[in-house]
Design a protein. Structure first.
Length: 145
């Protein structure tokens, strides 16, 4: 799978560990940065990764900041992106099964890295169920106006 990856300075260390895990599993990784511990603005990286996924350049995206919250909010501003912030193995699976999430977000400062790696693996391996969930996912693309 081709995966877009990005983080701000607060997520750099976890992003680096995730990048290795993805590469070791045979995935192609497009790293959109950051590569430095110097302060950065998370929306810049979230938007780059989200646009790559929305354009179809990458199949899925992974974003990391201090909490994962800012990245998730920013990524969801890009049409076609369904970013999730799972907090358990079950929510990682459900975000794929029911919501067809195509971007996952994690908190480098607030989440247990062992759990993050489990959630990442589950998220990558879980297919979208379709069926009754398809209509709901289609509704997510509406603007809400």
């Amino acid at each position: 799978m081709k995966i877009a990856l990005g983080s701000d300075h607060a997520g750099l260390d976890l992003k680096t560990a995730i990048k290795k895990r993805l590469a070791d599993a045979g995935h192609k990784v497009d790293d959109f940065g950051t590569a430095s511990p110097e302060r950065t603005d998370y929306p810049d990286f979230a938007h780059e990764v989200a646009r790559a996924v929305a354009r179809g350049q990458d199949e899925r995206g992974v974003l990391v900041c201090g909490t994962g919250i800012g990245m998730c909010i920013a990524a969801n501003k890009v049409p076609g992106v369904r970013a999730a912030l799972p907090y358990s193995e079950e929510t990682a699976a459900l975000s794929r099964q029911h919501n067809d999430s195509n971007v996952v977000c994690f908190g480098g400062r607030t989440m247990d890295w062992g759990l993050v790696m489990k959630m990442l693996d589950i998220w990558l391996d879980t297919p979208f169920e379709g069926g009754r969930h398809t209509r709901r996912v289609e509704d997510l693309e509406k603007t809400g106006e």
